[in-house]
Design a protein around this ligand. Structure first.
Ligand code: HAM
Length: 453
């Protein structure tokens, strides 16, 4: 038997509905912020990431799915989106043809060869945004507040926003020197990875999970002491915005993020589910001052973040904000006997194309068994069709919640169903399929209701 590749997972229909709900909510919020969707290829030339994400990052050193294609070109399955999007921004000269900032959002699979564990997969889905070409600190602030609003909209009101400032180039150069000085006497005892990090990018050591190095990192000099006046002021103004917007945050001076392109503000959203499970950061991002230039474009900055949709899904299920369920159908068509199959299939398709989610029984089974199937599929009504009904151009509609049934002419079927749905099964925002004539119903059926009318 063939198995899935280690670290990947199948999203079965029982969960894919939740997955799509998350993606569609996040996309609709990004759209409200006037971000536009971009779709870039999964495959990029490897240098996009080695130059973009950085040779010193764990992602580039250890985690990329990189191979030579049949033309001997080194290509990589994207481990993240930002570098590929910046490549596209430059290649398509968006900086010259569009108003800046160019505001983009995206969703799709990314690949990292990491050790699989809770919330960590080798193929995972990211949703993110990038705002390219604007240096206003309020652009950074807008991006953070958008990410925060998205988590709130998903029902996650207990996220911990961690922020840090990595400063401008000069601040980071000074800080890296200070870190080297600090770690130098301990280099022999540090893990092999950190020995390399020491040479390539000592900031990375602050992220090390090996106990000895982690302890050591806690006592390392803090970036705040090395920030230039401009970086400090920029950071203060963003904090002021967060305070005024009542966005809770904490400053985490160990937060350096795993990608080398960041400068100035970086942030991450931590969340522990109500059952106490820690799936890792739900998302993270920051400002990148030089990535566009590094990849051959003009000297323009960018800012963005990405969420891990797999982790969002896992916490939403864990907190029972989302349920694992296959969405219900509206109608279940039950043909009685094999002589009415053509008519039943045509009737089913007509109902589908009129907007009713409809399923059809293909098996020649007893009526009772068909009712059981209808109930299992969550159908509200059964549409029963026997030889007599076909002869008389009629169908029987049975309300499965009330055990009531009625024979009606096929020509009247749609208006009959529309009437039933209007009064009983409104799909409005506030009720998601509940009866909108219920007491206490707040839906304004003219403006709110998305039912079949
Ligand atoms: P990142 O922190 O590497 O940032 O990834 C963002 C999010 O993707 C993480 O917080 C996590 O939720 C999810 N994620 C990462 N790796 C995995 C994995 N192996 N399994 C499941 N989920 C994972 C970036 O990728 C940056 N490009 C974010 C960014 C956008 N910065 C600026 N713009």
């Amino acid at each position: 038997m063939a198995n899935n590749v280690k670290g990947t997972r199948d999203i079965l229909p029982i969960t894919s509905n939740g997955f799509s709900k998350i993606e569609s909510l996040l996309s609709s919020i990004a759209t409200l912020f006037n971000y536009h969707e971009i779709r870039t290829p999964v495959l990029e030339y490897s240098e996009v990431f080695s130059r973009g994400v950085g040779e010193g990052s764990d992602i580039v050193r250890k985690e990329m799915y990189t191979f030579l294609d049949k033309g001997d070109r080194s290509v990589t399955m994207r481990p993240e989106f930002t570098a590929g999007i910046v490549r596209s921004f430059i290649q398509n000269k968006m900086y010259a043809t569009e108003e800046l900032p160019v505001k983009l959002f995206y969703s799709g699979p990314a690949f990292r060869y990491e050790r699989p564990q809770l919330g960590r997969y080798r193929q995972f889905t990211q949703f993110g945004v990038e705002s390219l070409g604007c240096n206003s600190l309020y652009n950074d602030a807008e991006v953070i507040s958008m990410a925060y609003s998205m988590l709130l909209a998903l029902g996650l009101d207990n996220v911990k926003l961690k922020i840090n400032c990595l400063g401008d180039e000069q601040s980071r150069t000074n800080y890296k020197e200070a870190l080297k000085e600090y770690f130098k006497p301990h280099l022999e005892e540090m893990c092999p990875d950190c020995k390399q990090r020491y040479e390539l990018n000592p900031l990375r050591i602050l992220d090390c999970k090996v106990p000895y190095d982690h302890e050591l990192a806690l006592g390392a000099p803090k970036i705040a002491e090395y920030l230039s006046t401009e970086s400090k002021e920029r950071f203060d103004k963003i904090k002021e915005f967060l305070d005024k917007s009542k966005i809770n945050y904490e400053i985490d001076d160990q937060l350096v993020r795993g990608l080398d392109y960041y400068s100035e503000i970086v942030f991450e959203f931590a969340y522990v589910s109500k059952k106490g499970k820690d799936y890792g950061a739900l998302g993270g991002g920051g400002h990148y001052g030089h990535l566009i230039k590094e990849l051959g474009g003009p000297d323009l900055p960018g800012v963005g973040f990405s969420f891990g949709i797999d982790r969002l899904l896992d916490v939403l299920l864990d907190d029972e904000i989302l349920k694992e369920e296959v969405p219900a159908v509206d109608l279940y068509v039950m043909p009685i006997g094999n002589n009415v199959r053509n008519e039943a299939l045509n009737l089913t398709n007509m109902l589908r194309l009129s907007g009713y989610k409809t399923d059809l029984c293909f098996d020649d089974i007893k009526l009772g068994s068909m009712f059981k199937r209808a109930t299992k599929k969550g159908a509200k009504f059964a549409v029963i069709l026997g030889e007599d009904e076909v002869k008389n151009n009629k169908v029987i509609i049975k309300d499965l919640s009330k055990e009531e049934q009625k024979e009606i002419e096929v020509k009247d079927l749609l208006s009959y169903l529309d009437e039933l749905y209007r009064s009983h099964h409104c799909h409005c925002h506030s009720h998601e399929g509940e009866c909108c004539s219920e007491e206490g119903c707040e839906c304004d059926s003219d403006s709110d209701c998305k039912c079949h009318h």
